[in-house]
Write a protein that binds this ligand. Structure first.
Ligand code: SP5
Ligand code: ZN
Length: 342
């Protein structure tokens, strides 16, 4: 299986995220990908290939023009106001407040974000456009006939919706790839999101559509970030009714319960019978993940890959979360080797 990878991910390296009442060095940092790419090479998974440049047109199929342009200039505007530090918001248009776009950089950053865990740095634009290109290059290789490709994206994407960043995410790589399959002629695309956190951005992007099925397994929003989406009663709207399927699970969930949900999730994909599958691949379901509360073990990821392979469909793996850096390479690549050995 080919891996698509760009060194440009390292240009996004925040100094702080706000978590548990403290500003700490971000859990989502470049060392994550150093470990994954090392494991890809060590296991001989396949070729490691640099992405092509697709420009911003495919991004704007999913994100609003204004949001894309905001991100392009956000750090420069921030630097003019506050000097050379990372941009972080601290006030959001929550209940009782109006959703009107302010003029200043602080106001715009608040408008376009939903948490204080997602710093914008000088190199963020270059890293997030490279991350999209990694996803789109993988998608193009699938269209050219590859059975499966690993798009080693960073920053991740599944928390980002059409005009909202957060949860370490800016552009929704998986959603942009899924839309690219549709635009290239696929009739039906399914996205299976196995990251520990609910893919609120992906759900929101496709919520009223029947051409892209979204199925997600994640920590229960009553307990876990992003808190305000991901319940099982969210099944889609209008045309999209029945094409959004959530499997929220409580803190402490281990393989026995997780694998049952996974099998039911995969049944939904089979019934939908898509042309192509996009996997939002997070390995923050791992027992030692520092910010998560599931109990999966390294060998369980082999099983996840094998069960996805049993769908017998062209499959694009798009990297999302996973913060147990010492084991992130083993866990992520286990999914892929489990897939290939099935
Ligand atoms: C892509 C992705 O995995 N984004 C995850 C973003 C999570 N951000 C904050 C989660 C805060 C949950 N509380 C952690 C408690 C650890 N002591
Ligand atoms: Zn996650």
């Amino acid at each position: 299986m080919n891996t698509i990878f760009s060194e440009d991910h390292a240009l996004h390296h925040g100094k702080y995220e706000l978590i548990d009442g403290q500003l700490v060095s971000p859990f989502e940092n470049p060392s994550r990908l150093d470990h994954i790419i090392a494991r890809v090479r060590e296991t001989g998974l396949g070729a490691v290939i640099e992405p092509l440049d697709f420009g911003t047109a495919p991004i704007k199929r999913v994100h609003s023009e204004a949001f894309v342009e905001f991100l392009r200039t956000a750090h420069a505007e921030w630097r003019e106001e506050h000097g050379d530090c990372d941009a972080l918001p601290l006030c959001w248009p929550s209940r009782t407040l109006r959703h009107v776009l302010p003029e200043t950089i602080d106001g715009k950053l608040s408008y376009y974000s939903f948490d204080a865990g997602t710093p914008i740095t000088a190199g963020t634009w270059q890293a997030i456009t490279a991350s999209v290109n990694v996803a789109l290059t993988g998608a193009e290789q699938i269209r050219a006939g590859q059975r499966a490709v690993f798009s080693l994206c960073r920053p991740p994407g599944h928390h980002a919706s059409a005009d909202l960043l957060g949860g370490y995410c800016f552009f929704n790589n998986a959603a942009i790839a899924a839309q690219s399959f549709r635009d290239a002629g696929a009739t039906k695309v399914a996205i299976l999101d196995v990251d520990y956190h609910h893919g609120n951005g992906t759900q929101a992007i496709f919520y009223d559509r029947s051409d892209v099925l979204f199925v997600s397994l994640h920590g229960h929003p009553a307990q876990e970030f992003p808190f305000f989406l991901g319940y099982s009663e969210e099944t889609g709207a209008g045309e999209g009714e029945g094409f959004n399927v959530n499997f929220p699970m409580r803190w402490g969930t281990g393989w026995p319960e997780y694998s049952q949900s996974l099998d039911t999730a995969l049944d939904h994909l089979r019934e939908f019978s898509p042309d192509t599958v996009v996997i939002s691949l997070g390995v923050d379901t791992f027992e030692k993940d520092p910010i998560s509360q599931f109990k999966l073990k390294s060998e369980d990821y082999l099983q996840i890959g094998a069960r996805i392979a049993n769908l017998d469909l062209p499959t694009l793996f798009v990297m999302e979360g996973g913060y147990a850096v010492a084991e992130i390479g083993i866990n992520a690549v286990n999914v892929l080797t489990g897939f290939e050995q099935a």
